[in-house]
Write a protein that binds this ligand. Structure first.
Ligand SMILES: [Zn+2]
Length: 561
């Protein structure tokens, strides 16, 4: 397999007739998927998502792909293709459109409806081009063909990209559920037809490449969900992704069959289900969905709430119910159904919510104790199937951490793809397809761009390090009034500490250390406030480490007397 070389730098010019592929996100991580294709001087972008922060990135709202490498070339961008409406594929679009508002967004009806709602919040009216499976459209030198794929959101598309450099097939996120609720299966006949034509580069979803076998069908969840509705003595409270229209459909069907009324709770749930219903993706029997006020008057065993917060997000409805911070109070006998995945990194938050709900007396049904979730991604068996159908010349695994990309690449090789044709790249690696061969030819900047409240890209790794340090070690502020003539302390320094365990006497032993440091500085003729502050910072830091084995942030302030 072609592997990455960290020393790689700016790539050479793309040979004429070649195709350049750069993933600015989604490789080596699950999220912020974004791939840039370059051909004949023009750029085509496929997806532009966000990544959600982990615990070591405190205060960060979302993480964006780094647009630096294309910022000067926005006029060359012919379109952004959005494969489906998940946040990790569309969440970055509002930020990309800040660079150039009129880049056409190309996607299916539901995908465009979801992105449109999001852009409204950012007060952006986008230029859109709706497509459906089977459609062929051209943007600049890129001839696109769209194929249906099945995923955990309706209306997902794979995209075939034809240029003079060859035929590329990008699956987007997909799986091969043979019995999906909407009967819209992944277009394997189309995949095979493209395979006959000759796929030069196949970009495939790696998320579940390590999982053997086949991903279960959505339909296999019916018995477990039905059981919840049949046996729940009081209210049923369901939490799932606000975009998982088919999962919510199953919940609505069971609620209807068991004589319950439903209310949607949580901003994104209300919004998305409204969109899905209006566009005909969600089938809601008349009178089933009612207002909260109507629901409250019904007996508990006729009530079903469908809310956000299945990942333990602290501000979402379910977490707030668990924390007694929501008008809806979970009580003894309520049944909570978490019909969702447990995304790695969210486990602690989710189990905290489950524990709290249980403490209030709820019976919590989740994927750990019932068959209430199936993945939206193809497992190894499905990927192998695809490779055998498509028989691509070259393969670039996308969407996944290193272990997923590697596992996916191994599957391709096992089906007969030449190891040299399997390219494992990281974000920012420049992959060129020239004369039917792929190679890594360089690297562009593709770091994390943090959205931090209203600032975009302002927060750096250094800021996050400070935040972690403040959270774990606390802070000591030292105010020292220094006599400008002697360089000595004019009066004892003031100490102010937060988060650093101390009492009244703690800092008495630091004072002489500061005095000593200042005296030495005076002797050596060091007198600038910044230098003195550095000396004080070092003296206090060393003392805290020596005495308490702690490394608080020290903020020295030197004032001339
Ligand atoms: Zn997805």
């Amino acid at each position: 397999m072609s592997r990455s070389h960290p020393e790689l730098r700016t790539p050479p010019a793309l040979p004429e007739g070649g195709l350049r592929v750069i993933a600015l996100g989604g490789l080596g991580e699950i999220g912020r998927n974004m791939t840039v294709f370059e051909h004949a001087g023009k750029l085509l972008i496929v997806d532009c998502g966000v990544l959600f922060p982990e615990e070591h990135q405190p205060g960060i709202d979302v993480i964006l792909p780094d647009f630096t490498s294309i910022r000067d070339r926005m006029d060359d961008v012919v379109a952004i293709v959005l494969t489906h409406g998940h946040e990790d594929h569309i969440g970055g679009v509002p930020y990309l459109l800040r660079e150039r508002r009129d880049i056409p967004l190309v996607g299916s009806r539901l995908t465009l409806a979801f992105i449109d709602a999001k852009l409204k919040e950012h007060k952006i009216k986008p230029v859109t081009r709706e497509v459906a499976e089977g459609d062929e459209v051209s943007f600049g030198p890129f001839d696109l063909e769209f194929l249906a794929v099945n995923h955990s959101i309706p209306d997902a598309l794979a995209v075939a990209i034809r240029t003079a450099a060859g035929l590329v097939l990008h699956t987007g996120d997909f799986k091969m559920d043979q019995f999906p609720l909407d009967r819209r299966i992944t277009d394997l006949r189309g995949f095979a037809r493209l395979g006959e034509e000759g796929v030069d580069l196949f970009l495939t979803d790696s998320t579940n490449a390590e999982v053997p076998g086949f991903t279960m069908s959505e339909g296999e969840l019916v018995p477990a969900i039905e059981k919840v509705f049949r046996t729940a003595p009081r209210r049923v409270i369901v939490s799932s992704f606000a975009s998982h229209v088919h999962r919510i459909q199953q919940v609505l069907d069971q609620a209807h069959a068991h004589g319950r009324k439903v209310a949607f709770v949580g901003r994104s749930m209300v919004r998305n289900m409204g969109i899905a219903r209006d566009l005909g993706y969600l089938n809601v029997p008349d009178g089933l969905v009612v207002d909260m006020k109507v629901l409250e008057k019904l007996p508990a065993n006729q009530v079903c709430l469908v809310c956000t917060g299945s990942q333990g997000e602290p501000m979402a409805a379910l977490s707030r119910m668990a924390n007694r911070d929501h008008v809806i109070r979970v009580t003894e006998g309520d049944t909570v159904l978490l019909a969702s995945s447990l995304i790695p990194g969210n486990e602690n938050a989710i189990y905290r919510v489950i524990n709290e709900l249980t403490r209030w007396g709820a019976n919590v049904v989740h994927k750990g104790n019932a068959k209430v979730h199936v993945s939206g991604h193809a497992s190894a068996g499905e990927l192998v199937y695809c490779y055998n159908l498509v028989q691509p010349r070259n393969v670039m695994p996308v969407h996944g951490e290193w272990r997923h990309l590697r596992a996916n690449g191994d599957l391709a090789i096992r089906t007969g793809v030449h190891p040299k044709g399997v390219v494992l790249a990281e974000d920012g690696f420049v992959v060129d397809l020239v004369n039917g061969r792929v190679s890594i030819t360089g690297k562009v900047s593709a770091g994390n761009v943090y959205v931090d409240g209203e600032t975009v890209g302002g927060a750096t790794e250094a800021h996050l390090k400070d935040r972690r340090n403040l959270a774990e070690e606390g802070v000591i502020t030292v105010v020292a009034i220094v006599d400008a003539d002697t360089g000595r302390l004019a009066e004892p320094p003031d100490f102010l500490a937060r988060g650093f365990v101390h009492d009244e006497s703690t800092f008495t032993e630091v004072e002489p250390l500061i005095e000593k440091a200042l005296a030495r500085a005076a002797e050596e003729g060091v007198g600038g406030a910044i230098q003195l502050e550095q000396l004080i910072s070092r003296a206090v830091g060393q003392w805290a480490h020596r005495t308490y084995r702690r490394s608080p942030m020290v903020i020295p302030i030197v004032i001339d007397a």
